[in-house]
Design a protein around this ligand. Structure first.
Ligand SMILES: [Zn+2]
Length: 135
């Protein structure tokens, strides 16, 4: 494996460990009470690990393409040329994935108010601190 890829893995895995150890939930939701477009991904992969694909899709319907995109970004430098995408293709697919994530996000917030993700501003750390300061 190339050194660059190893360093990239170490950085990403350390970042995830720090998030898991100190935040244990979505940082955006933790701070502001607003879920991010990827909320539910961890639970989706956890369900996939126990082969519960129905639960995986309910937690986040885009967990597979997102997981593949992350895997591809991490490994593109060590893949044989025939498995590598051209820059234009990678950008187009990345843009499409971002659009789909945004569409799913808007749909979940607008049409599934009691679903997997919900906006709860009162639960955000920032607003809790503001309430404490006001007294
Ligand atoms: Zn999130």
């Amino acid at each position: 494996m190339k050194r660059k890829v190893i360093v990239r893995h170490i950085v990403i895995i350390s970042g995830l460990l720090v998030l898991l150890l100190f935040v244990w939930r979505c940082p955006l939701e933790y701070l502001f009470g607003i879920p991010c477009p990827c909320c539910g991904m961890t639970r989706a992969f956890k369900s996939m690990a126990s082969l519960d694909f129905r639960a995986s899709f309910s937690y986040h319907p885009l967990f597979l393409p997102t997981g593949f995109a992350i895997w591809y970004i991490l490994h593109k430098d060590v893949l044989p040329d025939r498995f590598r995408m051209g820059k234009k293709t990678a950008r187009a697919l990345g843009g499409l994935l971002l659009l789909l994530l945004l569409a799913v996000y808007v749909y979940r917030i607008a049409f599934q108010p009691d679903g997997i993700i919900k906006i709860d501003l009162d639960d955000g750390l920032i607003f809790k601190i503001m309430r404490e300061i006001r007294g």
